[in-house]
Structure formats: structure tokens, C-alpha cells
Design a protein around this ligand. Structure first.
Ligand code: FAD
Length: 564
């Protein structure tokens, strides 16, 4: 086994390799650290000792609310089951090493199973005590948090505890499922029925036909046929369970940068906080391949990495996350307010932060809907880039997100055609990006141009655009169009309760009425709006994070006027 810790072992089963043989040993030691004796003694104060017989289960895949376990003597074997339902051990933890990963910070179903490798003595730290441990013993908390993040990365890379999505890679439904799993950091593997030679046997084995695709093969050989995101999330235990009768102090609608920041600050300052998110943490930023202007990340950070960290941070402080659930209405006639969800449930809260951001604008071209997700994309992450690799692609739009997408895609596609309606990029894009685009030999800029025709079969195969000045039409064999022409606010669900501006963004501060004490207060007392959804806001990650952080002060004043 690669790594500095000779007591941490992976199975020598050939198909299961160490998490990453190329990683430096330091990373291995950080993924499966051994606490010092002094640290182990401190952890012992939070838990109780238990004896486990050889192969006695410690926890099983699918369990929720699993406790934190540290090995005092003996070992814990972490395993997944193979296609024959046989356990395949891929990590053995020994003295002063601990089990667990990110699901210890939430109530989702755990992805893998654990058993005692031999007669063992384990320290069990109950979840409430575990939270106390990581916040009180900061040095241990840091080691645990880093290990948990690295373990999730390993699970994703090796699809331990994951699912298999079977379907044509280019179909919009396959993409929808894969995007959801990727953006929620759920380990998965795609079996592309158009190209993967394994796929036929797989379909026969489950008696599936092409008409059933895509399907998700979940643990226990359960087959989910073209599930909705909510069905899949529920089946995989990604949705947290919580008491719907509970009244939260704060409900945050939307888990983009602004909503996650509100959740981190709200939960860390003692507010019982819940976040409701229809898709995945990160919002628009989660779809950005690289954010280069966020303070503190000189080499840039992918939106998904930023969002993943923020999510864990919010959950570490006790925020709850209701994923794959959309808010469809706000009942503002009674207090506490009630948010209506698309599954018919309601969530009640004394204060609400609206952080639902915006959704992408579309092009007005025949057959547009047909190719959405099958050649028309709104984000340029590694996944979309892989679908267009080696062919040509168009980026439509002249803002920074379009510029980033063009530069990123140019690394893997044959050529990027950048279409803008105006004369150029200078007025709409940061100068550093304009220069990169101008210098890049595989990017060409086409001013005064718009897409006028699309062609293809199940996927986009060719695109025609027209130069509005000359009327000249150009057709190229492109397999992807990246549409980045701005966005509209996600506020339909709040109409009737909150004052909106002419474009539908939420009015706040002075714009919302004379009686408000915060620039983020809406026309309803106790309801605030932050980030892109707020009328007049600066549409940036940093400003959304800033607004989400400071709004919590106003919420404290509202919930607790005497103390204020
Ligand atoms: C491709 C791309 C690249 C970008 N790059 C940069 C960059 O480099 N630097 C920068 O500063 N900015 C960048 N931006 C802009 C930045 O991402 C946004 O300004 C920022 O994400 C806004 O954050 P937000 O939390 O206000 O809203 P959003 O990010 O839009 O998040 C809103 C969230 O609310 C959820 N939601 C919506 N409606 C509902 C509902 N009814 N119920 C439940 N949930 C709902 C959505 O699913 C979403 O997750 C980029 C944007 C894109 C699209």
C-alpha cells in the first residue's frame, strides 16, 4: 500500500487501488491520520468504550446518524460490497485512527460499511458530543475535517459507495442525473450505452431496454428508471430527514454562495438554521470551472470546491440542508412564515433569507429546447468540456463567465467561436480575460453575430450564425453551444409577498419601503434578500458571500429586538 502509515491498509484486490498512488505520502497520512496519544486521551473524554467481536458491524451502508468511532485496540475495516454482495475491504484503521467522513456532519445515509477486523475496543463518540468535540478541540477538529474531505474525494475517485448511471452520455436526462450526482459530490460511474462495451451485458443482467434509459443502479441492485432528482435523492438518502413541525429561527432559500454564507453565519451564531436548495450547493458559482477573483485563492478555485467547503462549514455549525427540494410559495399571512415545498411539505421559520439567485437566459432559435443538455449548456465545467472534446464549440455572450468558459474550453476543444451581439468585449469583460482571448489561437471572436439555426440528431451536430451587419451566414460542425447571456431572478415563488422590481428582482432597503433597518430587508418584516436575486446587487461571488454574512446581524436584531 502506498502511504506512510503501514497500519492503514487497502485490500490487495487488483481492481481496488489505493486512493491515489501518485499522491504524496503526506496526503495519505492526512486522509487516515493517527491521533497522538495526548489527542486520543482528549477525545476519550467525549465518548465511551465499547467492545466489538471480530466482524461485528460498526455501521452499515444506508445507516443515518452514525456516531464517531476511534480505535483504541484492534481495528475497523471499512468495506463496500461488490456485485456478488461480498464485502470488499478497502481500508483498515488501527489504534488511534478514526472512522467516518462528511456524512458525520449531516443526517444523510452513509456510503460505506464498517466492521471490527478482530476483537476490538472502540471509543464511540455520539454525534452531539462529536459536534462539541470538533468545535471545542480545534486542533483535533481540523485534523478530522481535513481527513473527512479527503476521504470523500477518495470515495468519488474510486466510486466506493457509489451508484452506476446507465444511459447514453449525450442524452439530456443522463446529463441531468450525472450533473446532480457530481454537484452533490455523490460517488458515481457513468456507463455510456453508446460507447461502453460493458453496457450491453449490464442491461441484459437487469432486463432493461433502451426505452428504460437512463437508469440508476443503486445499492442492493435497485434500479431507478429515469428518476426525478427528488426521487433519486430520496432513494440514495441524500435528503436529510427533519421534523416538519419544527419552527426554525432562520430558513435560507437557495444554497448558492450568498445562501451558504448566511447559513454559516446564522448557524455559527446560534440560530437554528435550515437551507432549502432545489439542485445542489454552489448555485451558479458551482458551475464555474474556475473562479479566479475570489479573495484568498490566487490560483483560482473551482466553484464546486468552494461550494463543497462552504456546505461542510455550514453543516459543521449545525445548519440543516434540504436538498432537491424547491420552494414553490411563501405563506406570509401568518407568523412564523411558512415556505411551501414542491413535495407538498412546509417549512416554518421566524426569519427568511431569500438567496435564490438567477437562472440563465436562453436564445430564441428554432429547436432550442430539443438540444438543451444535448449540446446546449449553461456552464463549462470539466464534464461539459469532455462532451465537446476534440470538436468545435460556440460560446455566446460577452461577460466574464463567457470569457472564462471560452478560455477553459479552448484547452480541450478544437476551436471556440465566441459570438457577441455588440462590437466587442471591452465594455463587458475584465481586461485580463479579453487579453487571454485575443491571444488564444483556438478562440475567434465574432462581433454583431447571433445563432440562427441548429442541426443534429439526438445531439447537436452543427450551428449556423449570422453576422447582423453583412447578413453573411456561417455554419460549423459544432457539438456544443455555451449560452452565457445573463440571467433572470428566481422569484416567482415569492411574488405576491415581496415587492419586486420591473425585472423581478427583490427590492430591499430603501427601495422596499421606508421602514427597514437593513439594506437587505425586503418589504416584509423578517424576510431578507441577498446575492444575485436582490435588486441592484453586484453579481459576484464575493459580494453574495458578503451580503449573506452581514445580513445575519439584522436577523438577530429582528428576532431579538430587546437584546439589540
Ligand atoms: C459560469 C459562471 C461563472 C461565474 N464566474 C464568476 C467568477 O469568476 N467570479 C465571480 O465573482 N462571479 C462569478 N459568477 C457569478 C456568481 O457565480 C454569482 O454572482 C453567484 O453565484 C451568485 O450567488 P447567489 O447565491 O446570489 O445565487 P446563485 O448562485 O444563483 O444561487 C442560487 C441558488 O438558489 C437555488 N434556487 C433557486 N430557486 C430556488 C427555489 N425556488 N427553491 C430552492 N432553491 C432555489 C438555485 O438552485 C441555486 O443553487 C459566475 C457565474 C456563472 C454562471
Amino acid at each position: 500500500m502506498a502511504g506512510s502509515d503501514s497500519n492503514t491498509t487497502y485490500s490487495d484486490r487488483p481492481s481496488l487501488e489505493p486512493l491515489d498512488p501518485s499522491d504524496p505520502m503526506a496526503r495519505e497520512a492526512q486522509t487516515f491520520p493517527r491521533l497522538s496519544e495526548e489527542m486520543a486521551a482528549r477525545v476519550a473524554r467525549y465518548g465511551t468504550a465499547e467492545h466489538f467481536a471480530a466482524h461485528q458491524p460498526v455501521f452499515s451502508r444506508g445507516d443515518r446518524s452514525v456516531d464517531f468511532f476511534v480505535v483504541t485496540s484492534g481495528s475497523i475495516e471499512i468495506f463496500d460490497v461488490d456485485e456478488h454482495d461480498l464485502p470488499q475491504v478497502f481500508v483498515v484503521l488501527r489504534e488511534r485512527q478514526f472512522a467516518g467522513e462528511l456524512d458525520l456532519f449531516n443526517d444523510r445515509q452513509v456510503l460505506v460499511s464498517a466492521r471490527a477486523g478482530e476483537p476490538s475496543r472502540l471509543l464511540r463518540v455520539k454525534r452531539a458530543d462529536f459536534r462539541r468535540l470538533v468545535s471545542t478541540e480545534a486542533d483535533i477538529g481540523e485534523i478530522v475535517m481535513r481527513a473527512f474531505i479527503l476521504r470523500r474525494v477518495g470515495l468519488i475517485r474510486h466510486v466506493h459507495g457509489g451508484v452506476v448511471v446507465v444511459g447514453p452520455a449525450h442524452s439530456a436526462d443522463t446529463l441531468r442525473l450525472v450533473q446532480f450526482l457530481s454537484r452533490n459530490a455523490y460517488p458515481h460511474r457513468l456507463l455510456d450505452t453508446e460507447h461502453d462495451t460493458e453496457a450491453g451485458g449490464f442491461l441484459d443482467c437487469f432486463s432493461l431496454s433502451a426505452a428504460d434509459l437512463p437508469v440508476v443502479i443503486a445499492p442492493g441492485h435497485r434500479v431507478l428508471r429515469n428518476p426525478t432528482l427528488a426521487q433519486m435523492a430520496d432513494d440514495l438518502g441524500l435528503t436529510e430527514t427533519f421534523d416538519h413541525a419544527k419552527v426554525f429561527d432562520l430558513a435560507v432559500v437557495g444554497a448558492g454562495p450568498a445562501g451558504l454564507a448566511a447559513a454559516v453565519y446564522g448557524a455559527s451564531e446560534g440560530l437554528q438554521t435550515i437551507v432549502i436548495e432545489s439542485m445542489a450547493p454552489g448555485g451558479q458559482a458551482g458551475t464555474s470551472s474556475k473562479i479566479e477573483n475570489y479573495l484568498g485563492f490566487p490560483t483560482g478555485i473551482s466553484g464546486q470546491a468552494l461550494a463543497g467547503r462552504a456546505q461542510v462549514q455550514a453543516q459543521k455549525f449545525g445548519a440543516r440542508l434540504a436538498l432537491s427540494r424547491a420552494v414553490v410559495g411563501l405563506d406570509c399571512d401568518e407568523l412564523p412564515y411558512a415556505l411551501k415545498l414542491d413535495d407538498g411539505e412546509r417549512i416554518r421559520a421566524r426569519a427568511i433569507v431569500v438567496a435564490t439567485g438567477a437562472r440563465y437566459r436562453k436564445l430564441d432559435v428554432p429547436d432550442y429546447e430539443r438540444f438543451e443538455g444535448a449540446g446546449i449548456y449553461y456552464a463549462a465545467t470539466a464534464m461539459e468540456a469532455a462532451l465537446c472534446a476534440g470538436s468545435e464549440a460556440l460560446v455566446v455572450g460577452g461577460g466574464n463567465s463567457a470569457g472564462q468558459a471560452a478560455v477553459f474550453l479552448a484547452g480541450s476543444v478544437r476551436h471556440v467561436y465566441m459570438l457577441v451581439r455588440g462590437e466587442g468585449l471591452a465594455a463587458t469583460m475584465s481586461d485580463y480575460l479579453v487579453q487571454r482571448i485575443e491571444r488564444h489561437e483556438r478562440i475567434s471572436l465574432h462581433p454583431y453575430s447571433e445563432v440562427t439555426a441548429l442541426a443534429g440528431d439526438s445531439n447537436l451536430r452543427a450551428v449556423t450564425w449570422t453576422d447582423r451587419r453583412s447578413g453573411v451566414q456561417t455554419t460549423r460542425p459544432a457539438s456544443g453551444i455555451f449560452v452565457m447571456i445573463g440571467a433572470e431572478p428566481n422569484t416567482q415563488w415569492a411574488a405576491g409577498c415581496l415587492e419586486l422590481d420591473a425585472q423581478g428582482f427583490v427590492c430591499t432597503g430603501a427601495q422596499a419601503g421606508a421602514d427597514v433597518d437593513s439594506p437587505y430587508a425586503t418589504s416584509r418584516a423578517g424576510v431578507y434578500a441577498v446575492g444575485d436575486v436582490r435588486s441592484g446587487s453586484v453579481k459576484r461571488v464575493a459580494s453574495g458571500v458578503g451580503e449573506g454574512s452581514v445580513v445575519v446581524q439584522a436577523i438577530h436584531r429582528y428576532l431579538n429586538p430587546v437584546a439589540a
